[in-house]
Ligand binder design. Structure first.
Ligand code: SAH
Length: 226
């Protein structure tokens, strides 16, 4: 069972991506627990202020340290966290290895930034790991956090019905997955490769391995150097 607390100023953005399909099933099966915390509930004063102008006059608002410090302190009083992760475009690029590693953890905090980002002291003193989902900038950390959760939770044994299925996906073993087909075996004259219809498991496995290798070399040559 993995427990994930997600800190956000826009909780609505996380509702749909984490409430369907494999993630939903994993939650129902008691394999994952996701708790979404609205940073605004810890905001300052009557107006629940969570952001302020940045020192130095750069355009854009910055999430303040105090509400986030208070939430993280409270959470840490309730359980021991393996990682406090900040979703950030300048963090380590998310890959399958990171997802595998995090899927073995028990308790995670994910912090979503917004606007111009978060007070840097949060990153210096409270965050243990920073993760980016790619070299582009989004409006907030919610979609990246949802992506990270999905990539982790589907790896927990029992989340995917066919236990071996996640292991044969792309990037496990640094290889891309082979092509897959389903019925009908012929459509508009386009045929499924004969070998897949042969019923010979050894030949099929050899074909899948050679396709994996060929596709990896052609499409993602860098993967084989890892
Ligand atoms: N001013 C910042 C970007 C802020 S974008 C900069 O130039 O680096 C607002 C928030 O969106 C960030 O705090 C972060 O939590 C999230 N975010 C944006 N792009 C992201 C990415 N590629 N990966 C992970 N999080 C991202």
């Amino acid at each position: 069972m993995i427990h994930i607390d997600i800190l956000t100023v826009v909780p609505e953005l996380l509702e749909s991506p984490l409430n369907y399909s494999i993630v939903k099933r994993a939650k129902e099966r008691g394999l994952a627990e996701i708790n979404i915390i609205d940073i605004r509930e810890y905001g300052k004063g009557r107006y629940r202020q969570v952001d302020d102008y940045s020192f130095g006059g750069d355009a854009g608002m910055v999430l303040m340290i105090e509400p986030i410090y208070n939430i993280i302190s409270k959470l840490k009083g309730e359980r021991e966290y393996d990682e406090v992760i900040y979703m950030s475009p300048d963090g380590d690029l998310l890959n399958q290895g990171t997802a595998n590693m995090l899927s073995c953890k028990k308790n995670l905090i994910l912090l979503c930034g917004h606007y111009k980002g978060i007070d840097h002291r949060i990153r210096e003193h409270l965050i243990t790991r920073e993760i980016s989902i790619g070299d582009y900038v989004l409006s907030g950390g919610e979609l990246p956090a949802a992506i990270l959760c999905d990539s982790i939770i589907r790896l927990i044994p029992g989340a995917i019905s066919d236990e071996t299925s996640a292991l044969s996906d792309s990037f496990q073993d640094n290889l891309l997955a082979p092509p897959v087909y389903t019925r009908p075996s012929e459509f508009m004259g386009w045929r499924v490769p004969d070998v897949l219809l042969s019923g010979n498991p050894k030949l099929i496995q050899e074909w899948q391995e050679s396709q994996s290798l060929e596709r990896t070399k052609r499409l993602r040559p860098g993967l084989t150097d890892l």
